[in-house]
Design a protein around this ligand. Structure first.
Ligand SMILES: Nc1ncnc2c1ncn2[C@@H]1O[C@H](COP(=O)(O)OP(=O)(O)OP(=O)(O)O)[C@@H](O)[C@H]1O
Ligand SMILES: [Mg+2]
Length: 598
């Protein structure tokens, strides 16, 4: 269906990206000493590692009686044993320290990311897919964790090996070292260029994989629709197409990696053997000991593999930098609110006088389509008003503006004499409860879902709310009562039951302003009656805005506004409006009467 909007960027480490990546280190700050000691152990371990070839060479010389080091062969044995034990211990503590840093640091990153995401505005979520956001928290952080626990350490280790190795060689066998230094950098540069190519394909492959996962996610979340339309085959084919694309690019990726290996084997090892050959000639000419050639080969091998490793490590580091950038983009974005659970002060409790003043609005994602056009109305505290009108007229939009899900384009919404744009978002929403058109519950128990309206509600309050919302009867009839699991998004409950749970939740919240986007059309007459009863309970003593689809349910309200194409075309009580011959309201009423009768 919809394509991903963002085009894949080139995986390159630019200065800009690096700067942004470095800022992620603030999450490491609390664990900086562990990180630092880890690095020290790493460096020490790497240097120790470099002692082995040289020591082995000296041992060989000892055997031949030409060594200048005053150690016997048994002493050499002991020396290596101690070296190995120290090396092992260093590695052990390094792994533990890095794990501590990366696990804790990345948990902090995850938490910060989630906090940022959950406090974003509604338009933010409309512009992004859920899968995309979750992969920020899962895949991208995973990549970062990998970088902090393994890649970064390996990268540093290889660099230490490289520097120490070259220094030892330059000291021991300067001529051969010079020959090597003239050949190796060329190979390194070539490897880097190659590495980038490999990375580019890898990135493309990741994107395609994500694309195919979108199909899985969408259809599994919406499995009822797939089944009702018997479109399993269609979806299977759609999935097949995406995974075939993944296979295609994966094979291309494999080919390039294969070529990379050929390159490493021929060019890199070719270089090593060339140097070896040069060394052999020097031994023949008597300018070098055999043992020194032996150790030179060992060091060159180690240096060679370090260089080869650097290439692929660079690729993973570049990947991690990319992931960091995507994470930073969210971490540094503006949120609409901050986390809080403060109860409202007396002064912040609203009375519920609401005024819409010449409000015009279009959705940010569809700026060219005006949805509300110069809407004005007035509701006094405690009054009930209803919005009616055909589908798409803008009823739900009016209600969402009061919640400040979006900012109005023109005009103002005034609550208790104050423009809501100047009222704190948290305090405003705390004063409002909404029973939405389509109730989606959380996957837990009925109790958890009701308590969502007031997280610190007591058991007695929850039961009272369940009773007032006419939910108690069906809750009691379930063997598990309030502990009943409602299933993913609440699918194990009927539409009417879900709605009553939503009403119970609103009752618990006890708000000054109540917004009801009713979907009573989905209920039979009997359930409609119980839901209506529950609603009447809920609306008592509150300012209520009811979006009504059934005109029968709003006979009693103080004022009815009829909307057409984002404009109020009629307003008045049920009696007034019904009296207008050929009026919008009386036509709506007639239409409903006919469909009901027919
Ligand atoms: N999130 C959104 N982004 C862009 N356009 C939207 C969005 N939500 C609604 N619209 C558009 O705004 C218009 C009004 O929608 P709204 O949901 O307010 O209608 P409604 O009166 O509640 O209809 P219904 O009775 O079917 O619930 C419609 O044309 C709709 O397509
Ligand atoms: Mg609606």
């Amino acid at each position: 269906m919809a394509k991903r909007k963002d085009t894949p960027e080139k995986p390159k480490i630019t200065r800009e990206k690096l700067r942004s990546a470095i800022r992620i280190f603030r999450f490491i700050r609390p664990y900086r000493w562990s990180f630092f000691f880890g690095l020290v152990l790493l460096a020490a371990g790497s240097v120790l590692f470099m002692v082995f070839p040289g020591a082995a060479t000296e041992m060989a010389k000892t055997a031949r009686g030409v060594s200048e080091v005053p150690l016997t062969l048994p002493q050499w044995g002991l020396f290596f044993l101690i070296l190995l034990i120290i090396q092992g211990l260093f590695s052990f503590f390094r792994v533990i320290l890095f794990a501590k840093v990366s696990e804790k640091g990345m948990a902090d990153v995850r938490q910060a990311l989630y906090d940022k995401i959950i406090t974003q505005s509604v338009p933010f979520f409309e512009n992004r897919r859920v899968g995309e956001l979750t992969s920020r928290i899962t895949a991208d952080v995973e990549q970062l964790q990998q970088a902090f626990s393994i890649t970064l350490a390996e990268f540093l280790r290889q660099i230490v090996v490289l520097i120490v190795g070259v220094a030892i060689l330059a000291y021991m066998t300067p001529r051969l070292a010079l020959i090597m230094l003239l050949t190796f950098p060329v190979i390194v540069v070539l490897a880097m260029v190659f590495g980038r190519m490999v990375q580019r394909i890898s990135r493309k492959r990741q994107d395609m994989l994500a694309e195919s996962n979108i199909v899985v996610e969408e259809t599994l979340q919406n499995h009822n629709t797939v089944k009702a339309f018997t479109n399993e085959l269609l979806e299977s084919n759609r999935y097949n197409k995406t995974i075939q694309d993944v296979v295609k690019i994966s094979l291309k990726y494999a080919r390039i990696r294969g070529v990379f290996f050929i390159f490493i084997i021929t060019v890199l090892f070719g270089g090593i053997f060339f140097i070896l050959w040069q060394g052999a000639m020097m031994v023949e000419a008597g300018t070098m000991d055999v043992e020194d050639l032996f150790s030179f080969i060992l060091y060159t091998g180690i240096i060679g593999s370090a260089i080869a490793g650097l290439g692929s490590l660079y690729t993973s580091l570049a990947g991690a930098v990319g992931a960091t950038e995507r994470i930073q983009e969210i971490l540094e974005s503006e949120t609409e609110t901050s986390l809080s659970n403060a109860p409202l002060d007396k002064a912040d409790i609203l009375k519920g006088n609401i005024e819409y003043k010449n409000v015009s609005f279009s959705y940010p994602s569809r700026k060219d389509l005006p949805v509300l056009n110069n809407i004005s109305f007035n509701i006094n505290a405690g009054q009930k008003v209803a919005l009616v009108g055909s589908s798409g007229a803008g009823k739900s939009t009016i209600v969402q503006l009061l919640l400040k899900f979006y900012d109005v384009d023109q005009g103002a919404i005034i609550v208790d004499g104050k423009d809501i744009s100047s009222i704190d978002l948290y305090k405003l929403r705390k004063n409002i409860a909404i029973v939405p058109q389509e109730v989606i519950l959380f996957g837990g128990t009925i109790r958890e879902n009701i308590r969502y309206g007031k997280p610190n509600a007591t058991e007695a309050e929850i039961i009272e709310a369940a009773k007032q919302s006419n939910s108690w009867e069906f809750i009691e009839s379930f063997p598990d009562g309030l502990e009943t699991i409602v299933g993913d998004r609440g699918i194990k409950l009927s539409g009417g039951q879900r709605q009553r749970i939503a009403i119970a939740r609103a009752i618990l919240r006890n708000p000054a302003i109540l917004l009801l986007d009713e979907a009573t059309s989905s209920l039979d007459a009997e359930s409609e009656k119980v839901v209506q009863e529950a609603l009447n309970h809920l609306m008592k003593n509150r300012t209520s805005i009811i979006i009504a689809h059934r005109l029968a349910t709003i006979r009693e309200v103080d004022c009815i506004y009829v909307l057409e194409h984002g404009k109020i075309v009629e307003q008045g009580t049920h009696e007034n409006l019904s009296a207008i011959e050929d009026g919008a309201y009386s036509n709506l009423a007639k239409l409903q009467f006919e469909t009901q009768a027919g």
